[in-house]
Design a protein around this ligand. Structure first.
Ligand SMILES: O=C(O)C1=C[C@@H](OP(=O)(O)O)[C@@H](O)[C@H](O)C1
Ligand SMILES: C=C(OP(=O)(O)O)C(=O)O
Length: 443
């Protein structure tokens, strides 16, 4: 999607937050449901799909590759798949907008079908590294042309006679792992991904759910995932659970705005996604979990969160993958805690929708918070207050930077303004309305 006009938004300190925050569907699982639905035989029915722009761009891409993707009702979609190896050559360029997950998973999914496709994205996505995907998919036999530096636009000619691949991921990334597994679907024999640290495992869970043979073992080499190629994937009913990364914003707001108490139902307890919640418990957050259960193949529970006196902590590097998208909001929570919070092993934040270490450090400093950064760490010196009152924070087309500072403004001593909130619609289109419904002064 091309980017519309910038929309400045501000938030101000006000009354306590109360009520229930109804979080939209998980973005990672929504992308995967559409892609696997398109690669299955038959009609996949998806409920609770996130209708954020990132996911809508993936839906459109799956249509361009020949699947029939339809919205039946809000959040309810059907996908009539074309089967593994059944993708048609798209007529036009595939524009994945702002979405790293979309472009990288789809590049993997088409890399072992003998068709050609060109991928583009917005200004943010066009700065993000793609060799981490094009390198492994070329091992399957795909041919790649990219802009200098391996950046988008990228054209892929899918392998005619794909060979299976064993690949050790060079950085902890579920996107790399998933792209390789999706490419492995149309290669004969076994495709193996080895990761040093476990990353979110939604692809593995969903591939098994669609009927693929896939195993995961923890060995001395790391986490070893083995997929048997050329399965017939069978259409499924997929109930998408709520997104713990989106839930993090109202949860954070309730923790730092005095007098708040909110309920957030159906939060993922998947250990590959719950690092923020582990960290918040260490910081002294008042979190009560109820009704542990399974939804859409994922462990979930309901959360009640209350305003809390928080202390700074050191977040170990081996937890980074399980909370990779939550560091921007953690840095806001850390400013409202007493003492230093050190976030280790976070270099990957520099290649997200923006350089998130740099964007958070600049925005927090502009609002009176002391921050130190190295290439792969960020330290926030918490004093329990955010003076606020800086110039508009630059968000660089990054939804999580925008939402983080809008939450910060609710507990700051003066209004906080972001230069552009339009990217919020990529992952959490109802963010402003939902926060207002809890009592937040945002707009
Ligand atoms: O696989 C996924 O759905 C995602 C993986 C993560 O990216 P990396 O794999 O690049 O760490 C995360 O930041 C992104 O929001 C979603
Ligand atoms: C990094 C993110 O998404 P993506 O990589 O899909 O653009 C995110 O949502 O924080």
């Amino acid at each position: 999607m091309s980017h519309g006009p910038a929309t400045p938004i501000a938030s101000r300190p006000g009354r306590p937050l109360t009520g229930e925050a109804r979080i939209p569907g998980d973005k990672s699982i929504s992308h995967r449901a559409l892609i696997l639905g398109a690669m299955a035989v038959g009609r996949t029915r998806i409920t609770g799909l996130l209708e954020g722009q990132d996911v809508l761009d993936t839906a459109r891409a799956m249509q361009a590759f020949g699947a029939t993707v339809e919205q039946v009702a809000p959040g309810e979609w059907t996908v009539d798949g074309v089967g593994v190896g059944g993708f048609a050559e798209p007529a036009g360029v595939i524009d994945c907008g702002n979405s790293g997950t979309g472009v990288r998973l789809i590049m993997g999914a088409m890399a072992t079908t003998p068709i050609t496709a060109t991928f583009t994205g917005d200004a943010s996505l066009s700065r993000r590294p793609m060799r981490r995907i094009t390198d492994p998919i070329s091992l399957f036999g795909a041919e790649i042309t990219a802009r200098e530096g391996g950046l988008l636009p990228v054209t892929i000619r899918g392998a005619e006679d794909a060979v299976p691949v064993t690949y050790r991921t060079p950085v902890a990334s579920a996107q790399i792992k998933s792209a390789v597994l999706l490419a492995g679907l149309n290669a004969p024999g076994q495709t193996v991904v080895i990761e040093a640290e476990p990353t979110r495992d939604h692809s593995e869970r969903m591939l098994a759910g669609f009927g693929a043979t896939i195993t995961t073992e923890t060995t001395a080499e790391g986490h070893v995932i083995t997929l048997t190629g050329q399965p017939e994937l069978r259409a499924q009913d997929v109930a998408v659970p709520r997104d713990p990364s989106s839930a993090a914003f109202p949860v954070a707001a309730a923790l730092i705005v005095p007098g708040s108490e909110i309920r957030v139902n159906g939060i993922s307890r998947n250990p590959t996604r719950d690092g923020l919640y582990v960290t918040l418990a260490e910081m002294g957050a008042d979190l009560s979990w109820e009704h542990d259960r399974e939804e859409g193949g994922e462990p979930v529970a309901d959360l009640i969160v209350r305003h809390s006196a928080l202390r700074g902590v050191s977040v170990p590097a081996d937890r980074a993958a399980s909370m990779i998208d939550e560091f921007p909001i953690l840095s806001v929570i850390a400013a409202m805690a007493e003492g230093e919070t050190v976030m280790n092993g976070v270099a990957e934040l520099r290649v997200k929708e923006s350089d998130r270490i740099d964007a958070m450090a600049k925005g927090l400093r502009a609002n009176g918070v002391e921050v130190e950064e190295t290439r792969d760490s960020m330290t926030v010196r918490g004093t329990g207050r955010i003076p606020g009152g800086g110039a508009a924070v630059e968000t660089h087309l990054d939804h999580r930077i925008a939402m983080s500072f809008l939450v910060a403004g609710l507990a700051a001593e003066a209004e906080i303004r972001v230069d552009d909130g339009s990217a919020i619609a990529t992952s959490f289109p109802d963010f402003v309305d939902l926060m207002r419904g809890l009592g937040a002064d945002i707009g």
